[in-house]
Design a protein around this ligand. Structure first.
Ligand code: PMP
Length: 376
């Protein structure tokens, strides 16, 4: 689209000519606390006064990492007591896959149709799209792709499976929710077979779906949790989190089971902790479902909208036709509404604004969406 942005604040982005855009994408589920939240900026500048990068292998205790890891662990079930910070979602997926193979000694990995877990070659091996995989073969061997929401297909998870990687709510598939009991059945099958369950909450964590983590809504808990995107409060950061009893298998033979120079950069961790504090202090998670409900109420009767799928403020507005979505996004940009496609669902557009969006701003956004649809 090549839209130039000069600055961004809250839910708005501004071009060099002062043109204002409402951000309906949040940099793809990154800016949950809005652009340049003052508390996040303050934490970044304060860390700049202390140190930037120091060292890779853990020789130094870096308090931004320690404090953020502690804060994350207090939000999770007690067994999650070890956090490995990396640079991105893809790297966190790579780390989770390596950890599962190392811990279980097993060679295979299961994933799901229409899944997206990142662009590196391991993460790409899990992508639920033949088109994307075929362009870059050979990829990892031993990958089983299961059908999302098909409980019978879970029988393909077996004693050779090191781990099963899944987004509890599929984002790039166009916001596909797990059916009742699917994640519970998956948890049961993983426990029975000894496969580790990896939840990739890159897009769904930090309140996006109406709870701090999406998995809280589905009676199911992973063995390894992958976080990225909103984790860094707008700075690049990923993490995989597991019980120390599992994580310790990366500490020996070889001694440095996963090496990352910049992973857990102190400035990114300081920003991430500040963003998490904002989410908690401003009670953003508690507001998500009411705001999503208002979007639904305002938009659902428009004749061009076939249906709305949502998990909190991760919303797919289904128009049924790819051309209509293209036209909507281009026209929307002209009207000052920045929208986006989904990777695997071309007939719907995304509404996933910063969680800091106010009720008035939801109305402002809906007014523009409706006007844009009227003018298509
Ligand atoms: N997992 C999911 C669910 C994602 O949506 C993404 C990015 N869209 C990733 C992983 C990869 O993250 P990154 O681009 O930071 O590597």
């Amino acid at each position: 689209m090549a839209v130039e942005i000069e600055r961004a604040e809250g839910i708005y982005m501004y071009g060099p000519d002062g043109k204002r855009y409402i951000d309906m994408v949040s940099g793809v589920s990154v800016s949950n606390t809005g652009h340049r939240h003052p508390k996040v900026i303050e934490a970044i500048t304060s860390q700049l006064d202390h140190y930037l990068h120091l060292m890779v292998y853990g020789e130094f205790i870096q308090s931004p990492q320690v404090l953020f890891a502690e804060a994350l662990c207090t939000l999770l079930p007690a067994e999650f007591n070890s956090v490995y910070f990396v640079n991105s979602g893809s790297e966190a997926i790579e780390g989770a896959m390596k950890l599962a193979k190392r811990y279980t000694g097993r060679p295979e990995i299961a994933c799901f149709s229409n899944a997206y877990h990142g662009g590196t070659q391991g993460a790409l091996s899990l992508i639920g799209s033949a088109v994307w995989q075929d362009a870059f073969r050979p990829l990892l061997p031993g990958i089983a792709q299961l059908k999302f929401n098909d409980i019978r297909d879970l029988e393909r998870i077996n004693s050779h499976t090191a781990c099963v990687v899944i987004e509890p709510v599929q984002a790039e598939a166009g916001v596909i929710l797990p059916q009742q009991n699917f994640l519970k059945a998956l948890r049961k099958r993983c426990t029975e077979t000894g496969a580790l369950l990896v939840f990739d909450e890159s897009q769904t964590a930090f309140g996006r779906t109406g709870t701090m983590f999406a998995f809280e809504q589905y009676n199911s808990s992973p063995d390894i949790l992958v976080l990225s995107k909103a984790l860094g409060g707008g700075m690049p950061l990923g993490a995989f989190i597991a019980p120390a009893s599992i994580m310790q298998s990366l500490t020996h033979d070889p001694v440095l089971g996963h090496i990352t120079t910049f992973g857990g950069h102190p400035v990114c961790c300081a920003a991430g902790l500040a963003a998490l504090n904002v989410i908690q202090d401003e009670k953003l998670v508690e507001t998500v479902n009411a705001k999503a409900g208002l979007f639904r109420e305002r938009l659902q009767h428009h004749p061009k909208i076939i249906n709305i799928r949502n998990a909190g403020l991760l919303m797919a507005i289904e128009l049924g036709k790819d051309e209509e979505v293209n036209a909507f996004i281009h026209k929307g940009t002209g009207l000052g509404l920045f929208g986006d496609w989904f990777l695997f669902n071309a007939s719907a557009f995304r509404i996933a604004p910063p969680l800091t969006i106010t009720t008035d701003q939801v109305h402002e956004c809906c007014d523009l969406v409706l006007r844009c649809l009227d003018e298509l």
